[in-house]
Ligand binder design. Structure first.
Ligand code: 5AD
Length: 347
């Protein structure tokens, strides 16, 4: 078992820019990944069911502030067709993701979850933003297995800046909500963006400690990618600050590798943001530096081009078949088998 990493060691790795030392970190993380969760890569079919969003997060391309964006909400039948496609591709999980969309009504989502479970037996992961404990409880009772909600950064001041609360509502404490999600019996996923303007190495070290404290089942990590239509992009990075974390592929990989060492049993995806910032090798780098999950996109092409949370998102003009083949090609090149079944943390 890898010895527990001290805070100072984590900080040293986060600040490391020496290629030879980093090779050592990738090896440590890859060895820990093999040892703890094996070589299989679990595939989760991602369906972006609505790009409506009532929030105005300053980093995100589908924020309500982006008035020029065409909006869509998929029908029940369209989503069911994606679920059947997931089964045909051999995936064990479907992930239903959306902006924070009150048009996704509580009972409608509950019925959808029940229908997917009944028709396919897939594990169902929801990623629908900050929803009330009552809604989350109903969806759990309807059969939802997992919930994803990134806390984005554990720096509360930075979080408040990039994530203004909606009008007429108090700011939600995402970290408290994650504890509620866990208590409801969901396998619970969270994560962060790496390189948000104003994010420091110290704050990423605290994010890693929080991953462990929350005992997360899934941890998603990707680089912040500037979206030209977002306020954060126009603000740019604060004045050259030695403590500013760079929004690079290498930096995101360091955090993925450390997440594997800090939370050795977690399911960690090689994220689309990583595959976007390095279109040739990003996904493979994630998988050889600690990750053990991929989320091929099943969203129909006419919708996925509208789910542009950041620009040039990997696969945004592909079909589900092409996304599937591309992920399988990466696995074949790495000699890693696709996982069978739901691929839960405990399985
Ligand atoms: N760059 C990188 N990741 C982003 N996300 C949203 N906008 C961006 C961006 N511009 C991430 C957030 C969110 C997840 C669904 O996508 O972390 O939780």
């Amino acid at each position: 078992m890898a010895p527990e990493l001290a805070h100072e060691e984590i900080l040293a790795w986060l600040r490391c820019d020496d290629p030879q030392l980093l090779e050592r970190l990738w090896e440590l993380a890859d060895r820990e990944r093999t040892h703890r969760v094996g070589d299989c890569v679990h595939l989760r079919g991602l369906v972006e069911i609505s790009n409506h969003c009532e929030r105005s997060c300053t980093y995100c391309g589908i924020s309500t502030a982006n008035a020029a964006l065409g909006r869509y909400r998929m029908s029940r039948d369209e989503i069911m067709a994606c679920a059947r496609q997931a089964v045909l591709f051999g995936y064990g999980t479907i992930v239903l993701q959306a902006g924070e969309d009150p048009g996704l009504e509580t009972q409608w989502v509950a019925d959808l979850v029940g229908d997917i479970k009944g028709a396919t037996g897939l594990a169902v992961t929801l990623s629908l933003g900050e929803r009330s404990p009552d809604e989350l409880a109903l969806w759990r009772a309807s059969g939802a297995d997992r919930y994803l909600l990134r806390f984005e950064t554990s720096d509360r001041e930075l979080f408040r800046r990039i994530h203004p609360p909606p009008k007429d509502r108090n700011a939600c404490d995402r970290i408290a909500l994650l504890r509620t999600i866990k208590a409801l019996g969901y396998e619970t996923g969270s994560g962060i963006m790496v390189g948000i303007p104003g994010q420091t190495f110290e704050s990423i070290a605290r994010d890693l400690a929080l991953f462990r404290e929350l005992d997360l089942d899934m941890i998603g990590i990707g680089p912040w990618i500037a979206h030209p239509a977002s306020p954060l992009c126009r603000e740019g990075a604060p004045d050259a600050d030695a403590d500013q974390v760079p929004a690079t592929e290498q930096m995101a990989c360091i955090v993925v590798a450390l997440a594997r060492l800090v939370c050795p049993e977690a399911n960690i995806p090689s994220t689309t943001a990583l595959a976007t910032i390095n279109s040739l090798h990003g996904r493979a780098h994630g998988l050889t530096r600690g990750a053990n999950v991929c989320m091929p996109n099943l969203t129909p092409p006419q919708y996925r081009c509208l789910y542009e949370i950041y620009p040039n998102k990997a696969g945004s003009s592909s079909t589900p078949e092409q996304s599937h083949r591309s992920v399988l090609a990466t696995l074949a090149a790495l000699g890693r088998p696709a996982g069978q079944g739901p691929g839960s943390r405990s399985a």
